[in-house]
Structure formats: C-alpha cells, structure tokens
Write a protein that binds this ligand. Structure first.
Ligand code: SAH
Ligand code: TRP
Length: 332
C-alpha cells in the first residue's frame, strides 16, 4: 500500500503500481494468446479513456446514465430514509457525478459521515476526494486506488450504517459466474440486517435501442473501444495499427448481453515489445473487449439470492430502461 494523500478530511491509499503495468501485462499475455482473443475491460480507463467514457455518458444514444440519474434524483431521499446510511462506499466511482445526489440526500437527512470511493484510476479518486470535501463540509473521504476484483478487503470497517453502491451497470461487465462471485464478495462488506447494496443494472429491452447505445453515430464508443489498443501500445511498447480495427457491438439475444469486439480489417502481425510477444490476427479476426449484461428483475433476484443477498426494493425510471436495486444480507 502507498499512502497518496492524508489531510484532516482525506485519506487516499493506493494498492496498484503507478500504471498497474503488471496486471495489464498478465492480461495481455493471457488474453491475446487464447484461441478466442479477449481482454478484460478495466484497461479502457486511462486518462483518455475516462474522458471518452464521460463523452459516452452524454451521447443521445447512451440512455443508462440519464435513466440512472433520473432514478437517483427522484428517490435518493427514500433510499437514505430506508437505509439510514451514514457511509457510502462506491465501487468504480469514476467522477462520482451521480453519487453527489446520494451524498446530498444523506447530508440533508443529517446522517452523512464518510465516503469511500474505490477506482483503478488514481486521478479520479484524488480529484473527487478534493471536490467532495469542499462540497460537503464535515465529510470525510477514504479513497482507495485499486482493483475492485482484488482489493475489496482494503475497504475500511463500517462507520455507521453503510451503503455499498455499484452504479452505471458495471456489474453487467462480469460474466455470469464471476458476477455471482463478485456479489458474494460485496456481501462481505455488509453487516447482516444493517448495511445495503445499491446496484445499478441495465434492463433487457428492444435490441435496436441497446445496440445504438453501444454503437453511437458520432463514433465515440468506437474510439473508446479502440483506446485499449492505444493503452497497450503505450504501456507495453506494442505496435497495434489502432485505426485498422473496427468497432463491433451486438446484442446476443440468447445470453441477453451486449458484446463489444475489435475486428482486424486485414491480417495483422503485432509485436508487444515489453513482453517479447508476437501476436497474429487473421483477416477479420475479432478480439472481445467487453460484455455488458442486461437484466430482468427475475435474473437480478436469482443472482442476488445465489450470492447470499436478499432483494429489498427495485426502483426504475418511468420508461423502465434501468433499475436500481436495494438488497442486503438477511438478519440472523
Ligand atoms: N460509476 C460511474 C463510472 C462507471 S465507468 C458511473 O456510473 O458513471 C466504470 C468505472 O469503473 C470507471 O471509473 C473505471 O475506472 C472503473 N473500473 C473499471 N474496472 C475497474 C476495476 N477492475 N477496479 C476498480 N475500478 C474499475
Ligand atoms: N459499464 C458501461 C456499460 O456496460 C461501460 C461502457 C459503456 C462501455 N459503453 C461502453 C464499455 C463501450 C466499453 C465500450 O454500459
């Protein structure tokens, strides 16, 4: 652990190397040498990736952010009343844009004590810690720069009734088995009968609407998808011809998830300098970069139950595009 910042109101700890190079190296070595090439999604989010993701959230086609925000605008006070939350732990917190609505409701209820953001991107954790202690007098921030798949155990013990928020539909980026394992790990941060998980899930809907959200007409999502190749070029001294990979996004109706891929437009021979690795792409060969699972309330309930969590409430926007659910470990 490296302490990055300590003031009266702020502690920020880091559990990743400056660029978490090792994990990128492992993932590239592993993912690009498989029979079906694949990379985990967390490597999209360098500074440029984070900026592109912010632009995705503003796109007319990308409805999840607006729908989730609408639910929080409408229901944050109810969520705070139902949970009595004094502390908000947020996984994959990013810029904490929507989180402010929850923190505001906690402050208005007079319960707000602490915010614990956890994100892989160091600059986001530092910036939002600074901004939030200014915005919410008396708030303490315990920031964690880390990987939520590896560093959940570094979340400090609760300071009052806790909400763990996992927003943006990011839970959909896990494959089904891993998703349940992850929910179980989140459960360990919750005291039975006291603390709550607030989970954002995108809902199953018209495939055309879903596909447009991941393949916008301005090409921002395509840029975001290709950004992972820029990251590998820079961090691992590789020579991907980034412009020669086509963005592919489609809804798998069977599995009910969006799949994002990069398709090599011709044969490519890529050298990854720092790994001494040569990787060949056949013409039109695809690299899977992300899935984004879409939910029904039935699937959500089953996943939570299989992970030892009990669904308490499901909140949706008027068009039922997105759901925020509140769940917890059963008391006793
Ligand atoms: N919660 C925000 C951001 C969602 S984007 C919202 O709802 O708009 C996903 C966020 O998760 C990014 O900020 C990214 O940096 C972070 N992230 C992705 N994979 C991660 C991982 N494995 N560990 C920690 N943070 C991760
Ligand atoms: N968690 C977001 C989602 O699944 C991330 C995301 C949105 C994304 N658009 C993307 C990831 C495009 C990769 C490519 O909705």
């Amino acid at each position: 652990m490296t302490p990055l910042l300590t003031t009266d109101a702020i502690v920020v700890e880091s559990y990743v190397g400056p660029k978490d190079e090792r994990s990128l190296a492992d993932d590239v070595l592993d993912g690009l040498t498989r029979p079906f090439k694949e990379l985990p999604p967390k490597h999209f989010y360098d500074a440029r990736g984070a900026e592109l993701f912010d632009r995705i959230c503003e796109l007319p086609e990308y409805y999840p952010t607006r729908a989730e925000r609408a639910i929080l605008e409408e229901r944050s006070a109810d969520i705070v009343e139902a949970t009595g939350a004094a502390e908000l732990v947020e996984l994959g917190s990013g810029t904490a844009a929507k989180t402010r609505l929850l923190l505001r409701a906690m402050a208005d209820a007079g319960t707000l004590r602490r915010y614990v953001p956890l994100d892989v991107t160091e600059s986001m954790v530092l910036t939002c810690a600074d901004e939030l202690v200014d915005e919410f007098p008396g708030l303490r921030v315990h920031g964690i720069v880390g990987d939520f798949e590896r560093h959940l155990t570094h979340v400090p013990p609760p300071d009052g009734p806790r909400i763990v928020a996992f927003l943006g539909g990011t839970i959909g980026n896990f494959t089904p088995g891993t998703r349940r394992r992850f929910l179980r790990a989140i459960g360990r941060l919750l005291r039975p009968g006291v603390d709550h998980l607030l989970l954002g899930t995108d809902l199953v809907k018209d495939p055309a609407v879903l596909e447009a959200a991941y393949d916008d007409s301005a090409g921002v999502t395509a840029e975001f998808n290709r950004n992972v190749l820029h990251v590998i070029n820079r961090e691992l001294d590789a020579n991907f011809d980034v412009g020669a990979y086509e963005h592919v996004a489609f809804f798998d109706r069977e599995r009910e998830w969006i799949e994002m891929r990069l398709r090599a437009e011709r044969r490519m021979d890529v050298h990854v300098g720092k790994l001494g690795l040569d990787v060949a792409f056949a013409p039109r060969e695809e690299l899977r970069t992300e899935i984004s699972a879409k939910f029904t309330v039935k699937r959500l309930t089953a996943d939570l139950a299989a992970s030892g969590l009990e669904l308490r409430d499901v909140l949706t926007d008027p068009d039922e595009l997105f759901a925020l659910s509140l769940s917890g470990r059963p008391a006793g």
